[in-house]
Design a protein around this ligand. Structure first.
Ligand SMILES: [Zn+2]
Length: 264
């Protein structure tokens, strides 16, 4: 029952994130009614139900019949699924906190759950924005850094741990930025690296960077094989970084344990 309610809450929140991302790009206020981006007609409440309306309208606007981007239902569904996973994960963490090496601080599972919801929302925004417009906005990463720092310090993670992780995340991209003189990566990647460090702490920042590079390489090679992308064209790396951060947030400890077992 809890899981069902959280799923519905996630769908609604995903709908809000869609709207937020769109209006962020169009530089519009987040207040006011939703409207169709093609014909600018207001969307009635019954056509604005997350996921359900998209299916009922068969992915088309009621008025102009223009296609609605698959991004909308996809983000709604992904947000809902992630909210449920975070919920399950928070319950898991409280019972297993002693056995997992990384979580040494006392956790209230409600605070952990709320913190992860906030992190996931920021990461989804970064993921979609970079995927669609190849940009990582400081407008998102900088406030997210401040919020993440505050929350993690409240949860008892150490200053030094977060400082090291932020330094590793930011420094990793700063080095590449300097070596390539800004050709490989943009300044936004540096901010995202710092944010990842503050969100995940040490040593999980390494897990996330590792996952991002492995998945980036696999998908990059796949696209290259399918001739969908030229070698020179930019793959939005912020998308991989935010996805890797989400995975690490959820299963980082398991991945690290598995990896260490593999080596030793
Ligand atoms: Zn329309």
């Amino acid at each position: 029952m809890h899981i069902f309610l959280i799923f519905i809450f996630g769908l609604c929140f995903g709908s809000f994130l869609n709207c937020f991302i769109y209006r962020l790009h169009e530089k519009k206020t987040i207040l006011g009614r939703s409207f169709c981006p093609s014909c600018h007609k207001q969307i009635a409440w019954y056509d604005n139900i997350p996921l359900v309306s998209f299916i009922l309208l068969k992915g088309k606007c009621r008025h102009c019949k223009r296609k609605i981007s698959w991004q909308y239902p996809a983000v709604e569904l992904a947000t809902a699924v992630l909210f449920v996973l975070i919920y399950i994960n928070a319950q898991f963490s409280i019972t297993n906190a002693q056995s997992i090496s990384n979580i040494q601080y006392p956790i209230s599972n409600i605070i952990l759950f709320a913190r992860n919801l906030i992190f996931i929302c920021a990461l989804i925004i970064i993921f979609i924005y970079d995927l669609r417009w190849q940009l990582i906005l400081d407008k998102i990463t900088l406030p997210a850094m401040a919020v993440a720092l505050g929350l993690n310090l409240c949860l008892g993670m150490g200053w030094l741990n977060l400082l090291i992780a932020a330094g590793v995340g930011g420094g990793f991209f700063l080095a590449q930025y300097l070596i390539s003189r800004g050709r490989w990566i943009g300044g936004g990647d540096i901010s995202l690296g710092i944010l990842m460090g503050i969100i995940l702490g040490w040593p999980q920042i390494l897990t996330a960077l590792f996952l991002a590079y492995v998945s980036g390489a696999i998908i990059g090679a796949g696209l290259l094989a399918a001739r969908k992308k030229q070698w020179s064209s930019q793959i939005p790396f912020g998308t991989f970084l935010s996805a890797a951060t989400i995975v690490t947030l959820l299963w980082g400890n398991k991945i690290l344990e598995w990896y260490l077992n593999l080596i030793f």
